[in-house]
Unconditional design. Structure first.
Length: 91
């Protein structure tokens, strides 16, 4: 295209979602799970002593972790039971 060489890639990121050749979105699901687990650990460490109220911890989870899980879910929603179990393990 106009003298620019286009290289072949296995995975690319478009609008925040990793897309691979087979459209399995496994790379995106794994990165999202990793990101949410990190956020859950941060919430757990910072609120362990200060926030004993369950409503506060659940609202922190909903605002920080759930937003990552719900981002563009109609696009990447998995039909594989193993991926669904991985996603639900975060919750």
């Amino acid at each position: 295209m106009n003298g620019v060489i286009l290289y072949h890639v296995n995975v690319f990121k478009d609008l925040g979602v990793f897309i691979d050749q087979t459209l399995s979105f496994s790379t995106y699901i794994e990165s999202t799970i990793l990101k949410c687990n990190k956020m859950c650990c941060i919430v757990k460490r910072t609120s362990a002593l200060k926030l004993r109220i369950i409503n506060v911890k659940s609202s922190l989870f909903m605002s920080l972790c759930r937003s990552h899980l719900d981002f563009s879910s109609p696009v990447w929603s998995s039909h594989l039971k193993s991926k669904v179990k991985q996603i639900e393990s975060v919750q």
